[in-house]
Design a protein around this ligand. Structure first.
Ligand code: URA
Length: 245
């Protein structure tokens, strides 16, 4: 990580303030004054001090949100409120970004993190972890819907979808479990088997379930057990890939 970013994140101060302090010779790396904010420091290895005070390794923040209807999972939007605007002051951090997207009208489990590498791990096309959605549907599912999901539907944009699972839950509700994240994927897949989605809710990413205690719009920090579950889910996705090759 760049030195100026490390100092800025450790102290939650702006990069311009950090630059001044670096220029003034107040920052040392392993005891040597460093005047170039662009040098790389090794997290957990190099000892970085500002004014002789050792700075902690910047801790990443990881949040779970119960995304409500009517907000976009983006950092900025010209019309709609963003999920970041829902965060209470205590959960805000300028480097927080949503990991992946849910549609404006989709609810449920959304992760936010300051650690882009977690997003890359979870969303990389070659190891997309499993995601489960509950959909309320209008219309009648074709008889062969489950088989078509398992065979891999073709959405018409590019490659066929990977095999997915469709379960009929009764009362006009189905569960869709898949390993990709294409644009409006669940709604488009269900349209191909004859139904329209009237409500969509993500209940799970890999081994991590939406906390039932979170009301729509609520957020909480991920626990170390949650993070372990997510990292194990990446392992599951890699194992599944190897098995299906
Ligand atoms: N599939 C969709 O159609 N919408 C979402 O928000 C997520 C998956």
């Amino acid at each position: 990580m760049r030195l100026d970013r490390f100092v800025s994140q450790s102290l939650s101060i702006s990069r311009s303030v950090v630059a001044q302090r670096i220029r003034r010779g107040e920052v040392t790396v392993n005891g040597e004054i460093v005047r170039d904010g662009g040098v790389t420091v090794v997290l957990g290895g190099d000892v970085v001090c500002l004014a002789h005070v050792q700075l902690r390794t910047p801790g990443h923040r990881h949040l779970m949100m119960h995304k409500p209807v009517g907000v976009v999972s983006e950092t900025k939007h010209p019309i709609h409120r963003t999920v970041l605007e829902l965060l209470p002051q205590s959960s805000r951090h300028r480097d927080l970004v949503p990991l992946g997207r849910l549609d404006l009208d989709t609810t449920g489990l959304l992760l936010l993190s300051t650690d882009g590498s977690l997003g890359q791990l979870l969303l990389h096309p070659r190891r997309h972890v499993e995601k489960a959605y509950l959909a309320t549907i209008a219309g009648t599912l074709s008889d062969d819907a489950e088989t078509r999901f398992e065979a891999g539907l073709t959405l018409g944009d590019d490659l066929p979808c990977q095999p997915a699972r469709l379960e009929r839950l009764g009362d006009g509700c189905v569960r869709v479990t898949l390993h990709e994240g294409r644009f409006h994927q669940v709604k488009r897949m269900l349209a191909l088997v004859g139904v329209r989605v009237t409500a969509l809710h993500r209940e799970r990413i890999g081994r991590l379930w939406l906390d039932e205690g979170l009301a729509p719009g609520d957020v909480r920090e991920l626990t170390s057990a949650d993070l372990d579950a997510l990292h194990a889910s990446v392992g599951d996705a890699l194992a599944r890939r190897t098995a299906t090759r």
